[in-house]
Design a protein around this ligand. Structure first.
Ligand code: SAM
Length: 194
């Protein structure tokens, strides 16, 4: 969708070095405490550097702190509560990043993902907790649909991250943990680190 790059000229970088952050816009009071937490946990566990959130209270920071203390990540993943999402998008674009807005109305992910990966530029993934302002559709470099049916920002974020990182997000080690899971066929095996 970026004009300067035609699909036939896509070259896939051997080793991608782009970083991904998430901007989550809005908060639905009735249903959102769990989805807010899930947006943070999915971003953290699936390879992002940072999540920017609007309209949430500070409690979410304590939730993340507890998770990081136990399972690691304080050095790898940050949460920022922000007021001005437009400024975040503008700054992102000014520093040569691309903005990918996930929406059921966008172009299908299967058609676009190779092009987005090939750019090898830092990505800001925008998701909505509710209907997002129309401007987002025009500020974004890509409007991407994870299928053209409505579902959830958490599901669409998880699928997008898995596609963009091609599964390599699970190789990232989060540091400074106090507990570590030893993958086990049956039961739970957790060791204390400190
Ligand atoms: C409650 S849904 C709103 C659905 C919305 N009408 C839309 O534009 O996708 C909240 C968020 O979920 C995400 N979402 C839902 N379905 C999606 C889909 N099929 N593809 C991509 N994102 C989706 C979008 O980020 C949306 O802002």
């Amino acid at each position: 969708m970026l004009e300067e790059k035609s699909k036939s000229s896509i070259s896939i970088p051997q080793k991608s070095s782009f970083k991904v952050s998430v901007l989550r816009i809005g908060h639905r009071l009735v249903r959102d405490d769990r989805t807010t937490t899930h947006a943070v946990l999915v971003s953290r566990a699936l390879g992002c550097e940072r999540i920017y959130m609007t309209d949430v209270d500070d409690e979410i920071k304590n939730t993340l702190k507890k998770v990081n203390k136990r399972w690691g990540g304080e050095n790898e993943f940050q949460l920022e509560i922000i007021d001005n999402w437009k400024q975040i998008i503008r700054n992102w674009k000014a520093s040569n990043g691309i903005v990918v807005h996930l929406t059921m109305y966008g172009c299908l992910i299967n058609e676009e993902i190779a092009e987005i990966r090939a750019l090898d530029r830092d990505i800001l993934v925008v998701i909505g907790a509710e209907k997002v302002p129309k401007e987002v559709y025009f500020l974004a470099d890509y409007n991407i649909a994870i299928g053209n049916q409505p579902h959830s920002e958490i599901a669409s974020l998880a699928i997008f991250l898995d596609r963009i990182f091609e599964g390599r997000q699970f190789d990232r080690k989060l540091t400074n943990e106090s507990m570590r899971i030893v993958p086990t066929e049956k039961g739970k095996n957790v060791i204390k680190i400190k």
